[in-house]
Design a protein around this ligand. Structure first.
Ligand code: ADP
Length: 638
């Protein structure tokens, strides 16, 4: 590959932005220097892809030699060569691509550095795909010998990065490009074959083309002459991305092994979905549902690994949040896009239309797989739900778009039995005349189940869902209805239950009798309650608080307060049970003008607060009244 003609090489200057990028790269103290290899392999792989693409229309371009990338370390020369038999570059292309036209990546890279106050943070270099220039992380001189496909000429481009670059004719037997890195003195480690194999496995194992290295030479056996021929090359990557193979060719074992390889999870996945999306966006997805949450699921940032992003089989980044809705953050696996540029960064992903389209498909495919799992193996689905149900429920709150689909996947505990139930099952069990899906909110399952609000429903044999996780309230609020049936909080003031005309009549009569007491209660509690009225929902309890229309329910208030939001206290409606013996007794006292009645009313109100999960306004005063009451009751007994 020597110079074939005697005249002096052409000299070119780098475009200004390229110079700046190079300057940063050369002077950086960046420690992850190995990224250069991923970048150069990815360029080589692109060049092969381009050749493949062109050979579709240009017969004879491909030739005989199988497509491959080669890594050739040369200890004696101190060089590492990355060689490919891809599309190659012409004289003009070498000038344009490797120095005089700044790629959009270099511009963005420089912009991002400026935005960060000009401090070079080279962790970005990989993301901005100013790939070729990453060579200078490890080399002080770089030569590129390239022969474009279909051309007889080869050219050598060379540069020390400081004084522009030179171009001169060269010889190269076949089509393709060799990038020859003259390694810096302290970067000679990259000549070691194990080091290169390791890096390929780490970053480029799934590049769709073979990455080859010389096979380790066998020591000559005793008495044999050492063999003189060139060593054979062997592929050091798998060369064919698992997810690029047709599903029919992949065994369950391979899927499971790949999952472990990808995630470092020692357990097998619960299920997976492998799909190819075609059309305006083309990408392949291989998504896994783990059995258990990774410990870092709820700590956003470095440690998390969710879905990896590949672009054309080249690994781009771990834990690509932008591809997955927050409420599916337990999903693991990868997306391999054909449309995104290799130089995507986390920042640019956020506002990419391609990414938004992928994210939608990721949600859809995951939900499809969950539907299937729920139908085909309810046990596995229950395992899944126990681990990740809470996270999925966030979707009902966050993503209106998936409300209906999530409605079929969501599970709750209910008065029907011990386990969980789907809403479809609930609807299937609804009674004649039952119009809505009812739920009761409590701090615990017990509190939700024992709420006084349930009494009238229980009497009618209506099933009630128990919501006792903070997210449940938000989920029910987001879902609103299922199969045309409204989800109704039993604590709402406007809860309407069907009743026979006779029942209605006797309720009205009782309510009428309660009127004087209601007036008294109103005057004692004042603005603490919005309204006091006779109740039709209570059977065993004397009183309860209900939420007026448009007001926030107490569980939501508590949730917001727990999250540091200021929520002003909201007055609720106090309902009194006209048929409860206590009410009758209190009424009798009211009529006789008993002064201590006010204390009883306070106690009744505090009790109602306690049963809805709130704390009495003055717990100390509440305790005093209770003590007082007990003393009196015991004194009477004596
Ligand atoms: P990017 O690959 O992100 O475009 P690079 O700086 O890595 O940015 O490369 C610039 C351009 O140089 C590429 O777009 C490609 O056209 C050309 N190039 C780089 N390496 C090769 C190669 N091995 N074979 C052919 N062309 C290459």
């Amino acid at each position: 590959m020597g110079t074939t003609e005697a005249h002096a090489p052409e000299h070119h200057s780098f475009q200004a932005e390229v110079s700046q990028v190079l300057d940063l790269v050369i002077h950086s103290l960046y420690s992850h220097r190995e990224v250069f290899l991923r970048e150069l392999i990815s360029n080589a792989s692109d060049a092969i892809d381009k050749l493949r693409f062109r050979s579709v229309t240009e017969a004879g371009l491909m030739g005989e030699e199988p497509l491959r990338i080669r890594l050739i370390p040369d200890e004696a020369a101190g060089t590492l060569t990355i060689d490919d038999n891809g599309v190659g570059m012409t004289h003009d292309e070498l000038i344009e691509h490797l120095g005089t036209i700044a790629s959009s990546g270099s511009k963005k890279f420089l912009e991002s550095l400026k935005a960060k106050g000009g401090k070079p943070d080279l962790t970005l270099i990989g993301q901005f795909g100013v790939g070729f220039y990453a060579s200078w992380l490890v080399a002080d001189r770089v030569s590129v010998v390239s022969r474009a496909a279909g051309s007889e000429e080869a050219w050598r481009w060379s540069s020390n990065a400081k004084d522009g670059f030179d171009l001169e004719p060269a010889t190269r037997e076949t089509r393709g490009t060799s990038v020859i890195l003259h390694l810096k003195e302290d970067q000679k480690d990259f000549l070691q074959s194990w080091q290169l194999r390791d890096l390929v496995q780490k970053y480029s194992d799934f590049v769709g083309h073979p990455i080859e290295m010389a096979a380790e030479k066998e020591e000559p056996k005793e008495g044999e002459e050492p063999r003189a021929e060139e060593p054979a090359f062997e592929a050091i990557n798998q060369a064919r991305a698992l997810w690029q193979r047709p599903r029919s060719e992949i065994t369950d074992e391979q899927y499971k092994d790949f999952y472990k390889h990808l995630t470092n999870d020692w357990e097998e996945p619960l299920a997976w979905a492998h799909f190819k999306v075609e059309g305006s966006q083309e990408f392949t997805g291989l998504l896994y549902l783990p059995r258990r949450p990774p410990f870092e699921m709820d700590t956003p940032g470095e440690g998390r690994r969710g879905v990896k992003l590949f672009v054309k089989r080249v690994f781009i980044m771990d834990n690509c949040d932008a591809l997955v809705p927050l409420w599916l953050r337990f999903v693991r696996g990868l997306i391999d896009s054909d449309d995104l540029p290799l130089n995507v960064s986390r920042e640019t992903l956020q506002d990419s239309a391609v990414v938004r389209a992928i994210k939608k498909q990721v949600a859809r495919k995951t939900l499809d797989r969950l539907d299937e799992l729920a139908k085909e193996s309810p046990e596995d689905y229950a395992t899944f739900w126990a681990q990740f149900g809470k996270v999925v429920k966030e979707g009902l709150h966050l993503d209106y778009e998936y409300r209906e689909r999530l409605g079929t996947l969501v599970r709750f505990e209910s008065s029907h039995g011990d386990g969980i139930t789907s809403l479809a099952e609930y609807v299937g069990r609804m009674k004649e005349g039952q119009e809505a899906i009812y739920y009761s909110i409590g701090e615990t399952r017990q509190a939700a189940a024992k709420s006084p609000h349930l009494e009238a429903l229980r009497e009618r044999g209506y099933e009630v869902l128990y919501l006792f996780d903070p997210i449940d309230t938000l989920a029910a609020d987001g879902l609103k209805e299922f199969q045309g049936k409204k989800l109704v909080n039993v604590a709402m003031a406007d809860l309407k239950l069907d009743a026979s005309p006779e029942a209605k009549q006797s309720e009205e009569a009782a309510a009428g009798a309660l009127k004087p007491l209601i007036e008294r209660v109103k005057s004692v509690l004042g603005s603490r309650v919005r309204e006091v009225r006779s109740s039709s929902r209570l059977k065993d309890s004397p009183a309860c608080l209900v939420v007026p229309p448009g007001a926030m329910n107490p569980a939501m208030e508590r949730l917001l307060r727990a999250n540091g939001r200021e929520v002003p206290p909201s007055a609720r409606v106090l309902e009194l049970n006209p048929t409860h013996p206590l009410m009758e007794a209190i009424q009798a006292r009211a009529a006789s003008g008993d002064e201590s009645l006010d204390e009883w009313i306070e106690l009744l109100y505090d009790q109602a607060l306690l049963t809805e999960g709130s704390t009495p306004d003055d717990p100390h005063r509440f305790a005093q009244r209770m003590t007082d009451l007990m003393q009196r009751a015991l004194a009477n007994k004596a």
